[in-house]
Design a protein around this ligand. Structure first.
Ligand SMILES: NC(=O)c1ccc[n+]([C@@H]2O[C@H](COP(=O)([O-])OP(=O)(O)OC[C@H]3O[C@@H](n4cnc5c(N)ncnc54)[C@H](OP(=O)(O)O)[C@@H]3O)[C@@H](O)[C@H]2O)c1
Length: 239
């Protein structure tokens, strides 16, 4: 992955993308069984909702949906007011990425009052053709299912200027490798989960330190025993 982590920062040609995750103090975003990661505080959920409320779309991997069963909606009146004042619809578009298309159409997610898009492959799209479950289906070719830059451009063309990427580690790694991530919010929660196979913020194949993504810390605060970190990608040395 020598050229990995080389963001292109094509201004305006792709969404400004912010990864938002909660992590245990030992660097896990879920337990070894990949259950839903409901270990952060009410303050962290408010923080997440506040960040999501700024966006046009929220992107997450199929395993994340399988773990949680639902998406986080914007509910706080002041956040809904803010969206209205910015001429945004009440809810950001919830965008699921599933190559297989194997999602439970009876799941609670499909009864939530949110706009839903699906990113999938030609074969993954077949079961959803003609269904009302998704408002839009973006199809990646079966022989090129990792063309994230083109996909990101498609999202931008369809009006997604600000995107939150909520995980899991597989999808975050793919977007980082494609150079499509601008910022990272990481909440460090006061617990130890352990497990060599438990997911981390960035899974995938990883990189040598020489090719690691450099970050600049732009904000840090502590609330109770949680630490809220905000990083951005450092484009230039010393940035
Ligand atoms: N702590 C936190 O803040 C947080 C946040 C989110 C998630 N999580 C945890 O993270 C875990 C899930 O993470 P994960 O890494 O296992 O999975 P994930 O990133 O949520 O989803 C991976 C799935 O995305 C789809 N995908 C990946 N690459 C694709 C491509 N090129 N084209 C189309 N689809 C593609 C595939 O879906 P198909 O299998 O359908 O092909 C793949 O299985 C859960 O345990 C969840 O609780 C924690």
């Amino acid at each position: 992955m020598s050229t990995a982590f080389e963001p292109d920062f094509l201004q305006g040609s792709r969404p400004h993308t912010t990864v938002i995750l909660a992590m245990s103090a030992d660097g896990k975003i879920a337990d070894r069984d990949r259950h839903a990661a409901r270990f952060s505080s009410a303050a962290d959920l408010h923080h997440l909702e506040t960040l999501i409320a700024q966006t046009d779309g929220v992107l997450f991997g199929a395993n994340t949906l399988r773990a949680y069963g639902t998406c986080l909606t914007v509910r706080q009146p002041e956040l809904l007011d803010g969206r209205s004042q910015r001429h945004q619809p009440p809810q950001p578009i919830q965008i699921v990425c599933s190559g297989s298309g194997k999602l439970d159409p009876q799941g609670r997610f499909f009864r939530q009052a949110v706009p839903r898009w699906l990113i999938t492959t030609v074969s993954g799209a077949k079961p959803w053709q003609g269904a009302v479950a998704f408002d839009q289906i973006l199809v990646l070719p079966d022989d090129s299912p990792t063309d994230w830059p083109t996909l990101a451009q498609q999202l931008r063309t369809r009006g997604i200027a600000k995107l939150a990427l909520l995980g899991g580690g597989t999808l975050v790694a793919a977007w980082l490798e494609a150079g499509l991530v601008d910022e990272l919010y990481l909440t460090i929660c006061p617990l130890l989960i352990g497990g060599a196979t438990a997911p981390t913020p960035v899974d995938g194949t990883g990189s040598p330190i020489s090719a690691a993504l450099p970050l600049t810390l732009v904000g840090a605060k502590t609330l109770g025993s949680e630490v809220f970190l905000h990083y951005r990608y450092s484009r230039d040395p010393g940035d």
